[in-house]
Design a protein around this ligand. Structure first.
Ligand code: G4P
Length: 543
């Protein structure tokens, strides 16, 4: 087998230059805060290199509809993840989509492992909502830099200074506003651009279909009533500035500070300021942490890792797309890469800038970019890929599941399809699959963060694998990894059950925390650990 060594031919400086131009980020928010609207507003202000089906496309919008699954269409939620590539001020912005539904937080966690920064979107009328809080926690476990955007300022809402206090309390970061609204929530007439030190009157154009008009004003030259509004905004901004200090790029990169912007995404107010900041001061890719605790230099040979696997997008073609975040070197379509988990080569002939419904062949990608590899049946979430210099990136931790159900094939004659389907769902991370000798292979336990994951699993088993399943919901809500002392624990113990993941890891399920307490007394030799996204078990290290 001959290996393509094209990335060796590329000058390291070119790799650094291209990586330095990349800003890879995700938007996190509670549903309805305006994520889709913001995404489209960002695309309006920048050159969309390729619309990748990010939005869940309401009829009034021009966004590509990522409605590959009937259920997604019916519910109007975005289950699939994709990436949108934009260009602004000669920088390449990779906006990686996160699922909007709380039940898919595990997917979100994986997306957040693939980005260098998050934009946290808050509805000015609602402040912090449950899903925002949950996602914020995930970002903070990864020590991701966060930009806060207070959206819908054109609607009646909370007081700006109160919101700043709330952000400080909730995030434990110092909020540093980089734009400040003129007018209370509901009367958004202008913006103090604190980076550019300009006072801008804003006017919406064509109901938000075009970028907003910005007219520079001199508050000293306005008539008294109008001037008072601008003076008040300048005073408030100065007040926060003296209390919280100035923006500091290093403190932002270290997740100590969160820059704050005020927007009305549906009118395109405040969007340019956010984009400019992302392009000028957003964090570029940095050398990524590897499994052996070293760092993969950006200029090393090509490497990346799979953060999302999606199948069933195109049922006619038995599609299977692995989304890879490039970590180092240059990716070139056709190169042969190695998957260290299997030791096998993988030919990247079908590389796409995916997605949603449309695809475009992608020939070259750089650190920070997202590559969609089509027909990637052998790749799983968390897999590393490299060319030339071997590297393995740390596995993406699992989220702690809270819902459990035993699955059974409705037609025992279709066991082969059943087994294949269940394994596939596990590889994609649609659900986690647990097994035990007592239950046998015919009845694996599916574990999920939210019950909607079960519906996706049921539907995929029925439509894609032609092996409909029945689910028997189990009365467990707590899961722990058993890292030592499994030998003496029976599969069925009082108040719970011991199962294994396909990789052999032992997982104990309990009805509640009381039962967990009983277990500790009954099996004092067992060492338990929380699973995945709980602060005690996740390394506070941004990759
Ligand atoms: P999501 O993706 O976070 O779920 O939110 P989405 O963008 O779909 O926005 C939710 C609703 O909030 C939409 O209204 C949208 O138009 C509105 N919205 C978003 N940003 C702003 C804003 O800055 N100001 C105001 N006033 N509204 C905003 P909808 O009625 O559900 O849909 P549509 O008919 O307007 O498309």
């Amino acid at each position: 087998m001959t290996m393509t060594t094209s990335s060796n031919a590329v000058d390291g400086r070119e790799i650094s230059r291209q990586a330095g131009r990349r800003r890879t980020f995700a938007v996190i928010s509670h549903p309805d805060a305006g994520k889709s609207t913001l995404t489209e507003a960002l695309a309006l202000y920048s050159k969309a290199i390729k619309d990748a089906g990010v939005t869940h496309g309401k009829s009034t919008r021009h966004g590509t509809v990522s409605d590959w699954m009937g259920m997604e269409r019916e519910r109007g939620i975005s289950i699939s993840s994709a990436a949108l590539q934009l260009e602004h001020q000669a920088k390449v912005l990779n906006l990686v989509d996160t699922p909007g539904h709380a039940d898919f937080s595990e997917d979100t966690y994986r997306v957040l492992a693939a980005v260098d920064c998050a934009v946290m979107l808050i509805d000015a009328g609602k402040g912090f909502e449950p899903q925002t809080v949950k996602l914020l926690e995930v970002c903070q476990q990864r020590n991701l830099p966060i930009i806060t955007v207070i959206n819908k300022w054109d609607r009646p809402g909370l007081d700006a200074l109160d919101l700043i206090d709330q952000i400080g309390e909730r995030t434990r970061m110092t909020p540093v506003p980089l734009s400040w609204p003129v007018g209370i929530a509901g009367h958004f007439s202008g913006l103090i651009d604190l980076r550019a030190r300009r006072s801008l009157r804003l006017e919406s154009v064509d109901g938000g279909a075009k970028p907003a008009v910005e007219i520079e004003v001199d508050p000293g030259n306005l008539e008294e009533l109008e001037a008072a509004k601008w003076e008040a905004a300048l005073e408030e901004a100065a007040l926060v500035g003296s209390a919280n200090g100035q923006f500091n790029a290093a403190a932002f990169a270290d997740a100590q500070q969160t820059p704050v912007f005020f927007t009305a995404a549906s009118r395109n107010f405040g969007i340019r300021q956010l984009l400019d900041m992302l392009a000028e001061a957003g964090p570029p890719p940095t050398p990524r942490l590897t499994a052996d605790a070293s760092r993969r230099g950006l200029e090393a040979g090509f490497s990346g890792f799979v953060f999302k696997v999606q199948a069933g997008q195109d049922t006619a073609h038995r599609d299977h797309i692995a989304y890879v975040r490039v970590c180092s070197g240059m990716f070139e379509r056709g190169m042969i890469v190695i998957n260290p988990r299997t030791g096998r080569p993988f030919a990247t002939k079908y590389a796409h800038r995916v997605l949603g419904q449309g695809r475009e062949v992608l020939d070259v990608a750089w650190p920070g970019d997202v590559v969609g590899l089509v027909n990637a049946h052998s790749l799983r979430v968390g897999d590393s890929l490299y060319q030339d210099d071997p590297v393995t990136f740390p596995d993406i931790p699992h989220f702690s599941p809270e819902h459990f159900a035993a699955a059974r094939a409705n037609d025992p004659g279709r066991y082969k399809q059943f087994r294949r389907g269940i394994d596939q769902l596990d590889h994609e991370g649609v659900v986690q699959v647990l097994r035990s000798d007592v239950r046998g292979d015919q009845s694996p336990v599916l574990a999920a963060v939210g019950p909607l994951q079960f519906e996706v699993a049921e539907q995929r088993m029925r439509t894609e694998f032609n092996a409909p399943i029945s689910l028997d919901h189990l009365p467990y809500s707590v899961a722990r990894r058993v890292v030592e002392g499994t030998a003496d624990i029976p599969d069925n113990f009082r108040g719970g059950e011991l199962l294994r993941r396909p990789d052999g890891e032992a997982i104990a399920l309990f009805g509640d925390r009381w039962k967990l307490g009983h277990f500790a007394e009954a099996f004092p030799q067992a060492v338990l650990q929380t699973i995945g996204a709980e602060p005690s078990s996740v390394v506070r290290e941004r990759n």
